[in-house]
Design a protein around this ligand. Structure first.
Ligand code: FAD
Length: 129
């Protein structure tokens, strides 16, 4: 049996996690080994409900959409608390803020709405050959 391709997702927010759900729903689990860089420490949560948590109206656990076991049960490698720092496009791997390296065949960048001007100023994603 041929080995699986590597799908790497940068960003474990609503778009990133939803993309993974859709890939799996379409049988992508047979095709891909999946890994995720998620800068935040938890699984995916409903960011729209964040205000209610910050106001103390809801418990944080109530807005989790995909808690950590969800990833483990599906064999997904989730690097929580790790920011993807550099994309090496030709070598096809991404280096995280903890020095970890993840290879990819397909890459999804779902890092939300950080402005490009912010990115160009330093910390976030840079690409290198
Ligand atoms: C309080 C609040 C209320 C909202 N209400 C509504 C609403 O009523 N209706 C509506 O349509 N929208 C609403 N939104 C907006 C909605 O939450 C966003 O549109 C949605 O979360 C965008 O999803 P996303 O996955 O694209 O980005 P995000 O949710 O921003 O997720 C991006 C993720 O990527 C991570 N990330 C970024 N860079 C890196 C990196 N280099 N490496 C690793 N991880 C990285 C971030 O930490 C984050 O977890 C609201 C937002 C907030 C905060």
């Amino acid at each position: 049996m041929a080995s699986k391709s590597r799908l790497l997702v940068i960003g474990n927010g609503m778009a990133g996690a939803r993309s993974i759900e859709e890939v799996l729903a379409r049988g992508g689990g047979e095709i891909f080994d999946i890994a995720v860089f998620g800068e935040e420490p938890l699984g995916n949560y409903n960011r729209i409900m964040l205000s209610a948590v910050l106001e103390g109206l809801m418990d944080a656990s109530a807005i989790l959409l995909n808690p950590l076991p969800w990833y483990q049960e599906r064999g997904i490698l989730l690097r929580t608390g790790v920011r993807a720092e550099r994309i090496f496009r030709y070598a096809r791997h991404v280096v995280g803020s903890d020095g970890s390296e993840e290879p990819y065949d397909k890459l999804i960048i779902a890092t939300g709405s950080l402005r490009l001007s912010h990115r160009s100023m330093g910390s976030p994603l840079r690409t290198a050959v």
